[in-house]
Design a protein around this ligand. Structure first.
Ligand SMILES: Cc1cc2nc3c(=O)[nH]c(=O)nc-3n(C[C@H](O)[C@H](O)[C@H](O)COP(=O)(O)OP(=O)(O)OC[C@H]3O[C@@H](n4cnc5c(N)ncnc54)[C@H](O)[C@@H]3O)c2cc1C
Length: 414
């Protein structure tokens, strides 16, 4: 075994906890979290018998087999992710279609165009500077399907999504498959990671705000947090912008600032099942809503007894958030009206409306605007401001952790 390092971690979100769970096996880990709870935007909020969340929709983009799943394995935390089947359905004219079935809905001419598009996407033989929205122009169904996908998965309109991110996502999808839902929801993962960290002797301090990070140039000098805690290595799970603000180093290029992605999440309780599978329904024709899932189909404990938990997500497009919420609520009304004719209002209850922007966005860096995780051999970033290419949400967080671990490994630290 190599030298035991003292590693300080700023923030107990997924990135910080995954790093801590894996590194605490051989090193001394201390995590400082400013909030009273751990998990950041990936944990549960108990509300009237439902497990709502601080952010995520209880869903892992590539299920048990993706980058996130690899970290769950590597950390040996024992958390369980149930893969979804089907991968996702697309709602068109009040009917839900699988991806392959969409072909039935397009004309022969558009089918040929779409086939060429898919081949180009797979082979990467397209202008890498265009947006996904521009790429899809000319086939109306593809435009709607693409926009609902990027809205749900990245909280971006298709026109704000760089095509090379979609190419990388498509490669990951073909390698790992579609989404999954963790047992216990988001908190199922967080609890499992916390158990490993504490068992390995790691320390977690909550209600501890880090307002100063010092990484000296002189390798003989120690790094420090808030002046009095000394470490060999620091890993920040705070956003790149916050980390830069509180640290003595400048690592964000003014020309390439991370741009956060904004979103609106509506949690719904319903006696009726809106869907009978464990995946996403992409709402391709809604004005603002991008999709919804029903995670209680996988784990009943996520909903009040005899009820279902439905989570609906929309990208915030315009600045007036109240108008945006109204659009999403109208979309939800339409869907329930069509699904449960005659039961409209009684069929469901809005449990919570949560908006995400500024300091608490859907992603600290929207895909394509991420910062690099390795600042130098002693200072690293993890989280959704430093996602790896084609990393959807927590898969991107996992990619950042994998990159940091790989760099440390090269230095003989593992
Ligand atoms: C509405 C919504 C829906 C989403 N749905 C999904 C989904 O279904 N699937 C999916 O994969 N992803 C989803 N995401 C994204 C996912 O939740 C986030 O990408 C992920 O949780 C971010 O993890 P992180 O490692 O960046 O840490 P964060 O969650 O950002 O945690 C960072 C932690 O650092 C702490 N911190 C910050 N500054 C300091 C400081 N100065 N001192 C001490 N502590 C500090 C914070 O309090 C926080 O706890 C969703 C997000 C939102 C908002």
């Amino acid at each position: 075994m190599g030298v035991i390092m003292k590693i300080g971690i700023i923030g107990a979100g997924l990135g910080g906890l995954f790093s801590a769970a894996i590194l605490s096996k051989n090193h001394q880990i201390t995590i400082y979290e400013k909030l009273p709870y751990i998990g950041g935007r990936f944990t549960n909020l108990n509300y009237k018998g439902y497990q709502l969340t601080t952010g995520a929709l209880h869903m892992v983009p590539h299920g048990a087999n993706g980058f996130f799943g690899q970290l769950v394995e590597q950390s040996n935390c024992g958390a369980k992710i149930i893969n979804s089947n089907p991968d996702g359905l697309f709602r068109i004219n009040n009917t839900n279609y699988g991806f392959e079935e969409l072909k039935k809905l397009v004309s022969f001419k558009d089918k040929l165009k779409a086939l060429k598009m898919l081949t180009d996407l797979k082979l990467g033989t397209i202008d890498k500077n265009m947006s996904f929205g521009t790429f899809l122009e000319g086939i109306p169904i593809a435009e709607k399907v693409g926009n609902s996908f990027t809205g749900w998965a990245l909280s971006l309109s298709s026109y704000d999504t760089p095509i090379d991110e979609v190419i990388a996502i498509s490669k990951h999808y073909h390698k790992f498959g579609g989404p999954g839902i963790p047992m216990g929801g988001c908190k199922g993962i967080i609890d499992a990671l916390e158990t490993v960290i504490l068992k390995n002797g790691g320390k977690i301090y909550t209600n501890y705000n880090v307002d100063k990070i010092y990484v000296p140039e002189n390798p003989g000098e120690k790094c420090s947090i808030n002046d009095d805690n000394e470490f060999d290595i620091l890993i920040s799970n705070a956003s790149p912008l916050i980390t830069q603000k509180i640290s003595n180093l400048k690592f964000i290029d003014n020309e390439n600032m991370p741009i956060p992605s904004k979103g609106i999440k509506i949690s719904i309780g319903s006696k009726n099942k809106l869907i009978n599978h464990n995946s996403v329904v992409f709402t391709t024709e809604s004005e603002r809503l991008n999709g919804f899932n029903q995670p209680s189909n996988v784990d009943k404990s996520l909903a009040k007894e005899g009820h279902n938990l439905i989570m609906a997500h929309a990208t915030q497009i315009k600045n007036n958030v109240n108008d945006e919420i109204d659009l999403v609520l109208e979309d939800i009304d339409d869907i329930f009206a069509n699904e449960f004719v005659g039961h409209k209002k009684e069929g469901y209850k809005i449990l919570a409306i949560q908006t995400y922007r500024d300091e608490c966005p859907v992603n600290h860096a929207s895909n394509g605007t991420d910062v690099k995780p390795v600042i130098n051999d002693r200072f690293y970033l993890v989280g959704d401001g430093v996602k790896g290419k084609g990393g959807i949400e927590v898969e991107g967080v996992a990619l950042s952790v994998l990159e940091v671990l790989a760099h440390l490994n090269k230095l003989g630290i593992n």
